[in-house]
Design a protein. Structure first.
Length: 266
């Protein structure tokens, strides 16, 4: 049915007209026929305006037709207060916003930047560190990093009727509130979940994250160096990296390394 042996078979005009009416089955490039009664020959007639000569500034004439030919822009008279308001509130392309100042257009506002070595010359370093006259001016505030709100500080002292009450019991002066950042008070888990956000003290610090070691590129962490290993495993590691020793020499190196570690522990 799809590929008959007799080759392509065209439908009759009556059948094609039926499919055209019921299914809109137009042939490729076939013009839609809506059975309109045109006063002209639709096969030869073209709708729209035809330019015999090249038109110049066509897009400009479409946008501002009053500026071409015998037409002129219509003059609109507005109040000066309205124009002054528009000039102040609206930003003009390529120009500074008009804020009503009457000054020399060549005038530069602000302090002049002084070169290094001149009197009171400031730079980025002085902006960060300042220029203190005494050492007390650069010391941090006493309440830096502490809560100054009454009855909301991490201390066992409290205020009652504007009177500072001392510690409730002995030993409270060294009491620490809250949960520590590094959870050394609880045992670390053998298999840590990705949803566990606790730091058990086995995570690298900021320095290790900024400046990782060369071994991190090979997936070797600090824990791999501190892991205890037996003699056979250590010998296999050295042989895999290309250092093969005889049994006697390897035993001597192993014993010497044990002595150095023992001395370091003492």
């Amino acid at each position: 049915m799809l590929f008959p042996e007799s080759g392509e078979k065209h439908e009759s005009q009556e059948v094609a007209a039926m499919y055209l009416k019921t299914h809109g089955d137009f042939a490729p490039g076939q013009q839609k026929e809506r059975e309109y009664k045109w006063p002209v020959d639709k096969t030869d007639h073209r709708f729209g305006y035809v330019e015999n000569e090249r038109e110049l500034n066509g897009a400009a004439k479409c946008v501002q037709p009053e500026r071409f030919g015998l037409s002129f822009p219509q003059t609109k008279i507005l109040q000066k207060t309205v124009e002054d308001y528009v000039e102040v509130t609206k930003d003009e392309l390529g120009k500074a916003k008009n804020l009503g100042q009457k000054a020399d257009p060549n005038m530069v506002f602000g302090a002049k930047i002084k070169k290094p070595g001149e009197e009171n010359a400031w730079n980025a370093a002085l902006c960060i560190h300042g220029d203190p006259a005494t050492k007390a001016e650069i010391e941090p505030d006493k309440d830096l990093g502490k809560c100054t709100k009454v009855n909301c500080t991490n201390t066992v002292r409290y205020v009652f009727n504007s009177t500072l009450i001392p510690y409730r019991k002995s030993g409270d002066e060294n009491r620490v509130f809250g949960v520590p950042t590094i959870r050394g008070d609880i045992p670390a888990k053998d298999k840590k979940s990705i949803a566990d956000h606790q730091n058990y003290g086995d995570e690298p610090g900021a320095v290790d994250l900024l400046f990782p070691t060369t071994f991190m590129e090979f997936g070797v962490t600090e824990a791999d160096f501190n892991m205890p290993r037996d003699k056979d495993e250590i010998r296999a590691i050295f042989e895999n990296i290309g250092f093969k020793y005889k049994v006697g020499k390897f035993n001597a190196v192993f014993d010497r390394a044990g002595q150095l570690v023992y001395c370091e522990l003492l």
